[in-house]
Every structure is written in C-alpha cells, then in structure tokens.
Design a protein around this ligand. Sequence first.
Ligand code: ATP
Ligand code: ATP
Ligand code: MG
Ligand code: MG
Ligand code: MG
Ligand code: MG
Length: 277
Amino acid sequence: ENTKLNSKRNYFKDLERNTKLLPHTWIVVRIDGKGFHKFSDKHNFTKPNDIRSINLMNCAAQKVMAEYPDIIFSYGQSDEYTFVTERYSRMLDRNSNKIMSTIVSLFAATYVYNWNKVFKGTSLKYCPAFDARVVLYPNISSLRDYLSWRQADCHINNMYNLCFWMLVQKRDLSHQEAEERLCGTFSNDKRALLLSEFQCEYDEEEAIYRKGTILHRKNPEECVESLSLSRNETLYSFRGNEESSLLGNLKCASDIITVHVDMINDTFWSERPWILG
Ligand code: ATP
Ligand code: ATP
Ligand code: MG
Ligand code: MG
Ligand code: MG
Ligand code: MG
C-alpha cells in the first residue's frame, strides 16, 4: 500500500517538475494588474496618475524585494512591475511556476493589505488580481533592451494620458473627442499642445510619473565596509553559493534604494555597476 502511494507520489511530482529555468541567466518576472482600467475607475483614481496607487504598488514591490534578496532590481509604472533576479540566483530552485506565483501573490496580497492605510476614505470594492509572466535574459544588452522598452512605454503612455485628461478635464472634451484630437500626433505635437494650450512644460511634470519607479540595492561593497567584512566573503556569497546567508542578511529592506530616473541611457548603469555585475 505504501509503495503504491510512493510511486504515485513520484509520478505526480514528476509531472510538476518540468519548469526549471536555465541557470546563469537573468530571470525577469513582470506582473500587471488585471482590468485596472475598470479598477481605477471604480475606485475613483485621480487621472492621469493617482499617487496613492503608485505608492501602494511601490510598497508591494519593496515587500517582495525585502522577502526575496535575490531580486536585485525592480521597475514599476502604471499597474505593472518588473522584478529581476541576480543572474546566478537559486531562488525557489529556479522553478518558474513557483517564482512567478510566489512573487505575484505576495505582491497582490501586500497591495490589498495596505489599501486602507493609503486609500483612507475609499473602501476596496473588490479584490484586484495581477497576472504574471517570466522571461529569461541571457545577457546584459537584452535585459537592458527589455527595461528600456518598459520605460519608453511609461513615457509614451504618460504623455498621452496627460494630454488626454487635460483635454477632458480642462476643455470639457468627451473621451472620444479627446481621443480624436490626439490621433496621429507625435511626441513633439503633444509637448507643443501641453505648452500652448495648458502652459504645461512636460519635462517639469513629476519624475515619478514620467520615468516610473526603479528599486535597486545599495552597493554591496559599501554595505560590507560598514560591517567591516572582507571583500572575499562578499564575492563568495555573490556567486550564488548555497551558503550565501551573508548577502542574504545584507540585502534587507533598508538596502533598497528608490529612484525615478532615466535608465535608457548608459549613465544610470555605469554609475551603478554592481546592479547587473
Ligand atoms: P489588462 O487586464 O489587459 O492589463 P488593464 O485595464 O489593466 O487591462 P493596462 O494596459 O494594464 O489595462 O492599463 C492599466 C490602466 O489602469 C491604465 O490605462 C490606467 O487607466 C489605469 N491605472 C493604473 N494605474 C493607475 C494610476 N496610478 N492612476 C490612474 N490610473 C491608473
Ligand atoms: P513550503 O513553503 O515549502 O510550502 P510550508 O511550511 O508551507 O512550506 P507545506 O508542506 O506546504 O509547508 O505544509 C503546510 C503546513 O502549514 C502544514 O504542515 C501545517 O503545519 C500548516 N497548515 C496549513 N494549513 C493549516 C491548517 N488549516 N491548520 C493548521 N495548520 C495548517
Ligand atoms: Mg495587460
Ligand atoms: Mg493591466
Ligand atoms: Mg498595465
Ligand atoms: Mg504544501
């Protein structure tokens, strides 16, 4: 009876065990709010950008990074967040299903957990869901291309939404009229529209809206110096050894830095060489 159960167990475990991600590649998980167009509407989000939801998203992402030290970098905008693990990470055995589902469920739970603190008067009408996907990036250039794509998307959408809601809120245009007014316009046309019609200089808008939110770890060498540990110890643990408790302890919540800057240019990365190694 026991052996029968055991062979069944092995059989089912086998079926589950086919999702191990290729080693030595960056694991990228992107989550995105399900139907947030409607969700933001039902909860009276300020348009184009409700800072409360952005704060909630950022707080949920910080929680994920605090819980999983192998996540070295995150990028958030609108209802989405990208998480990047260290290249040699052995997080959750590199099991793709586990990595994706653990990140997205912790994120969603934290978003909901903190809702009342952030949205005060507005009660949560229904629970939001987030989808998740995982992609491997084998080198720095493809990973940077991916991140640049997300930040460019943030820029394009934010500029469009800013114009759209100015036309709706300040010129009383209907949604359809505003859409038609913006149809076929390029970035420069939108800048000109904002400036001439609304005296709004696009580049003076808050960086958190224009650039999104980047979360990354402090330079580990600075952390080590402050704990007066040797450089060798850091390098050893950085390579993803199983006994990597050292860096695990170092990479805590207080090591997370938040910035809202351009990461498409080389400067961001050359100033922070430790992020992608
Ligand atoms: P899907 O389920 O396919 O992702 P969606 O409705 O979530 O559909 P997205 O393309 O993900 O569509 O866009 C998210 C939408 O959520 C934005 O277009 C915007 O209307 C709204 N939204 C998200 N965050 C905010 C915010 N902080 N302030 C205002 N609106 C927001
Ligand atoms: P892992 O992260 O690997 O899943 P785990 O601690 O969640 O670790 P599981 O094998 O999933 O381990 O077992 C879940 C454990 O949670 C159970 O062994 C039990 O101790 C506890 N647990 C779950 N549900 C209940 C419950 N309803 N009442 C009491 N204990 C529970
Ligand atoms: Mg989507
Ligand atoms: Mg969405
Ligand atoms: Mg989205
Ligand atoms: Mg279990």
